[in-house]
Design a protein around this ligand. Sequence first.
Ligand SMILES: CC(C)(COP(=O)(O)OP(=O)(O)OC[C@H]1O[C@@H](n2cnc3c(N)ncnc32)[C@H](O)[C@@H]1OP(=O)(O)O)[C@@H](O)C(=O)NCCC(=O)NCCS
Length: 171
Amino acid sequence: MSPSISIRPLTPSDAQAFRDLRLEALSSHPEAFSSSHEEESPRSLDEFRARIPASGPNAIFGAFAEGRLIGMAGFVVYDRPKARHKGLMWGVFVKQDWRGQRVGKALVQSVIDRASRHVIMIEAAVVLTNESARRTYHGLGFKPYGIEPKAIRVGDRFYDEELIYLEFPGS
Ligand SMILES: CC(C)(COP(=O)(O)OP(=O)(O)OC[C@H]1O[C@@H](n2cnc3c(N)ncnc32)[C@H](O)[C@@H]1OP(=O)(O)O)[C@@H](O)C(=O)NCCC(=O)NCCS
């Protein structure tokens, strides 16, 4: 990744950039995410701001180039007492023009680094035909544990998802 690209957790002041990038992700790759543009576009800036964790283990990592948000990856620890040892990686996205420069890998690595201090395992799901995302995750140690048939529906098409996890050594 170019040294001019930096990665840091988003803060509430990044709300507008987060909203723009998230809606771009949902509209440009509807098959890659379980949420939809129709669901999220009516949400206000304040609602997006409230989704950005201000402290604690949860985070949305942003990749910045020339001060602009060009990629993101979310991490959230499950709430319920019997699941708090696990977290979920969500919303991984890099703007088209910045792909293939290891930005995706760096974002996922940020999630891994954060998660390793708080949980014993990260879970995620990726559409089976999404080669670039699967390569990103597998290359960083995620392993498949199953397939959810027809996990996502976009219009008349169904997409199977590969369910993946990364368990930290010694946990
Ligand atoms: C998936 C995504 C985040 C990857 O980001 P990126 O910055 O382009 O990825 P990187 O440059 O870090 O490359 C990561 C790996 O994927 C591989 N890769 C990248 N683009 C690829 C492509 N089009 N086809 C196959 N492999 C590809 C790279 O070679 C690299 O693997 P390697 O280390 O074994 O060589 C990006 O393609 C994206 O935003 N896609 C649309 C949204 C999406 O699918 N998100 C995932 C939802 S689960």
